[in-house]
Design a protein around this ligand. Structure first.
Ligand code: IPD
Ligand code: CA
Ligand code: CA
Length: 362
């Protein structure tokens, strides 16, 4: 919540927001470029086939159809155990055990605006983290490295926390919290959207943030006390559904199978009581979409600071109601909803025992 002295810092917050926007866009461009490079690599060394040993269900000839651009060579990804190479182009990533380089072509993005093109040739370099479904690519790491280097150059006294391990204590009172790709699974599969999320905290409070989606070119931003923006134009106060029964609600699922089972139970109770459901694949954008009135609400268990720091500020500055259950602030459970449906959504989640899932996170 805004503090009493926020107004004293508003200019400062706005400057931090401007930098967050530049950083998120710069890292987003890098992800697009690296995907295009990966695709080019894949073509260079045998494109078009490849995926025979990857996942086995790629298109026999490298596709070349389906996706307008990036997907020049079809095959989803050379995924699967041992899909290390997954075919030169067929696959996005050669994910799976040892799928370090995998096939290329997520074919995903770059569509329409040519934002990102498909990645071929297995250069996405996929590894797994907390579970086999919790993946990270070389592009996530490169994006975070670029953000860290830029921050070290521009604001050497600030601290940094990044999802992929970037950490610097800093001494200025400002700490940057970054998610170099929020929506890695989408990125890997060539789905939209994904985002780069950059937030700045001052003395532990998020005061500025930006969420940039390279697949659409959109940038959401916010500064504490100074509003929320989409590509520089103010957002907020535009709510669609008047009640939960017609509301479009988004959610996400964790990488742990046990947690997902619990999430599924909550969802089963929720589905008949809402208008419809979306699972977009990027928590940062889910929050921004509620801010922009593209969703009526969003909830998810187990978000980390890098997933939600910037998006929550965009949401609160846009007038979205943000919290946890039973009057608590966002914690293990994050709920963000338009003022028109927030109370109903929160009450229903409480009735459905969403707190019990939260307990699974310890
Ligand atoms: C994930 C995405 C996803 C959400 C997961 C997050 P990542 O972030 O935001 O939508 O459901 O909880 O971990 O792993 O792609 O950075
Ligand atoms: Ca994330
Ligand atoms: Ca991430």
């Amino acid at each position: 919540m805004p503090r009493a002295d926020d107004s004293d810092h508003t200019d400062d917050h706005t400057e931090l927001m401007a930098l967050a926007v530049r950083l998120a866009r710069g890292a987003g461009s890098l992800t697009v470029r690296l995907r295009a490079d990966a695709r080019a690599d894949g073509r260079g060394d045998g494109g078009g086939d490849g995926r025979a040993d990857g996942r086995g269900n790629g298109r026999p000839d490298g596709g070349g159809d389906g996706r307008e651009d990036g997907g020049a060579d079809g095959g989803a990804e050379g995924r699967g155990d041992g899909g290390a190479d997954g075919g030169a182009n067929g696959g996005a990533a050669g994910r799976g055990d040892g799928g370090a380089e995998g096939g290329g072509d997520c074919g995903a993005e770059g569509r329409g605006d040519g934002a990102d093109g498909g990645a071929d040739g297995g250069s996405l370099g996929v590894a797994v983290k907390s579970s086999p479904t919790d993946v990270v690519t070389d592009v996530d790491r490169a994006s975070e490295r670029w953000l860290a280097d830029e921050l070290a150059r521009l604001r050497p006294d600030d601290g940094l926390l990044g999802e992929e391990g970037a950490h610097r204590p800093g001494g200025s009172g400002v700490r940057w919290v970054v998610d170099p790709i929020d929506g890695t699974v989408n990125f890997l599969y060539g789905l939209r959207p994904y985002a780069v999320s950059v937030a700045a905290e001052r003395d532990g409070q998020v005061v500025a943030g930006a969420v940039h989606d390279p697949t659409s070119g959109e940038t959401f931003s916010a500064a504490l006390g100074a509003g929320a923006y989409l590509d520089g134009a103010p957002i907020g106060g535009r709510w669609v559904a008047a009640e939960l029964a017609t509301a479009v609600i988004a959610t996400g699922f964790g990488y742990d199978a046990g947690v997902r089972a619990g999430q599924g139970e909550v969802l089963a109770g929720l589905l008949p009581r809402i208008g419809n459901l979306r699972r977009l694949g990027s928590a940062a954008l889910d929050l921004c979409y509620v801010a922009a009135g593209r969703l009526d609400g969003y909830y998810e268990h187990g978000l980390k600071d890098w997933d939600r720091a910037a998006g929550l500020l965009v949401a609160t500055e846009a007038g979205v109601v943000v919290g946890g259950l039973r009057g608590r602030p966002p914690g293990v459970l994050t709920v963000a909803a338009s003022p028109t449906v927030a109370a109903e959504l929160t009450t229903l989640l409480e009735e459905l025992g969403a707190d019990d899932i939260a307990d699974l996170y310890g």
